[in-house]
Ligand binder design. Structure first.
Ligand code: AMP
Length: 410
């Protein structure tokens, strides 16, 4: 088995990786780190959960150890990523990997004030992690310069294209020096990703790894209509079932995750929360306890749960439905063992009808509703599943299947 030591990484990086609890490099790290340390361009076909963040961050940090310090408002490395959550997640990883190294990094994303970001960019910064829109804003305001960039990473390029960032990306690319090392990561090469990659990479090393997530077809998906006030009690009931060996519960907010974890303590065998508001070491500890089976239930937010790669998760619960339909697929793909899928149960309240519609449109399936549960909200079931102006018909399967198909075809 390949070790981190054999990849040519700096001693301090090896120390930090060990401190993060990584024992062996993942396949994408084995394939990507050596050529990146040599300065090659890279085309990586990989999703979250494969260890791709470390695959580009570790060589990037090492290369930055040997570059000249940037001028005022300039940076040497630039990582573009679609969302602020991903930017924050990369920032969390960088904080761990860069401990003890003289390499500075800062985050640039929208939805928050400009002043702190402008201030941290002012003296110059080795590495900037940015979402395209805010970066372009700051570029136009001349609060950041990109003419010293030697390393560029496009992370989740397909998602950035999906989100309509192509013009922003092109504008950013136009401000970069031609001479640079470029790393391009995308889960798929569809939707313009291929063309974009071809136009910016020079003789890239190509690395592809199969997603570690379970294909959606293998997951048994269930839907439970429930009023918000009953969600906790319902989850408690479900977790009492002994066939739930290892469960991952998703909530929308950090506070929601903490509160729910506390409320679920009574279901026994350990419950912990994991979210971006916790320190990296607390998160690592919670994750390790979950892996080791010391705790049975982990309550996570999307950001914390996305890349989570733990074997043997028997159940995923969507306590809150995600607002981004793609997140649903990421979440339920966390379940499954040795080629077999697990069970994914989604709660849906009235407020989440739109989220459910988005998810079902994306997966092109109507998730099977479980009526036999103590908190079944039949009025919600009726509103969501039965066509308007038809009397609600309870129970019988053939009728349900018929109405379901009709509702979906509308
Ligand atoms: P990513 O695909 O970059 O989102 O990473 C997924 C998760 O795997 C993150 O929680 C990382 O901290 C973790 N990770 C990355 N590399 C390794 C490794 N070599 N060993 C164990 N965990 C890792």
């Amino acid at each position: 088995m390949t070790s981190f030591e054999s990849l040519g990484l700096h001693e301090a990086l090896l120390r930090n990786v060990a401190a993060a609890g990584y024992e062996t490099p993942t396949p994408i790290q084995v394939q990507a780190i050596p050529p990146l340390l040599e300065g090659r361009d890279l085309l990586g076909c990989a999703q979250t959960g494969t260890g791709k963040t470390a695959a580009f961050c570790l060589p990037l940090l090492q290369r930055l150890l040997h570059t000249a310090k940037p001028n005022r408002r300039a940076c040497v490395g630039l990582i573009l990523t679609p969302t602020r959550e991903l930017a924050a997640q990369i920032g969390d990883n960088l904080a761990v990997y860069s401990r003890g190294l003289q390499v500075s990094h800062t985050l640039v994303y929208g939805g928050v004030g400009y002043a702190p970001q402008i201030k941290s960019l002012q003296p110059g910064c080795d590495l900037v992690v940015a979402t395209p829109g805010r970066l372009l804003d700051l570029l136009r305001q001349r609060m950041i310069r990109l003419d010293q960039v030697e390393f560029l990473v496009l992370d989740e390029a397909d998602r950035m294209l999906d989100m309509g960032f192509i013009h922003d990306i092109r504008a950013v690319l136009a401000a970069l020096p031609e001479q640079r090392q470029t790393m391009f990561f995308s889960a798929t090469m569809a939707g313009g990703a291929e063309q974009l990659a071809q136009s910016i990479l020079h003789d890239p090393v190509q690395v592809a790894v199969a997603p570690s997530a379970t294909p959606i077809e293998l997951v048994e998906q269930r839907l439970m209509f429930v009023d918000p006030a009953n969600k906790r009690a319902l989850l408690g009931e479900l977790l009492r079932d002994e066939s739930v060996e290892r469960a991952l519960v998703f909530t929308r907010t950090k506070h929601g995750a903490s509160r729910l974890a506390r409320a679920m303590i009574h279901v026994g065998k350990g419950v912990e929360a994991i979210h971006g508001g916790m320190t990296q070491s607390a998160r690592t500890r919670a994750l390790q306890d979950f892996r080791d089976g010391k705790i049975r239930v982990l309550v996570a937010t999307d950001v914390a749960g996305r890349g989570l790669d733990v074997e043997g998760i028997s159940h995923v619960y969507n306590y809150d439905l995600p607002q981004e339909p793609e997140a649903y697929v990421h979440r339920i793909g966390r379940t499954g063992r040795a080629g077999a899928g697990g069970v994914a149960v989604s709660f849906c309240s009235f407020e989440e009808f739109d989220d459910l519609r988005g998810i079902e449109r994306l997966i092109q399936t109507q998730i099977t509703v479980v009526e036999e549960q103590p908190y079944h909200a039949d009025h919600l079931h009726g509103m969501m599943r039965r066509p308007a102006n038809r009397p609600s018909i309870r129970g019988s399967q053939p009728t349900n299947r018929f109405t379901r198909r009709r509702a979906f075809g509308r």
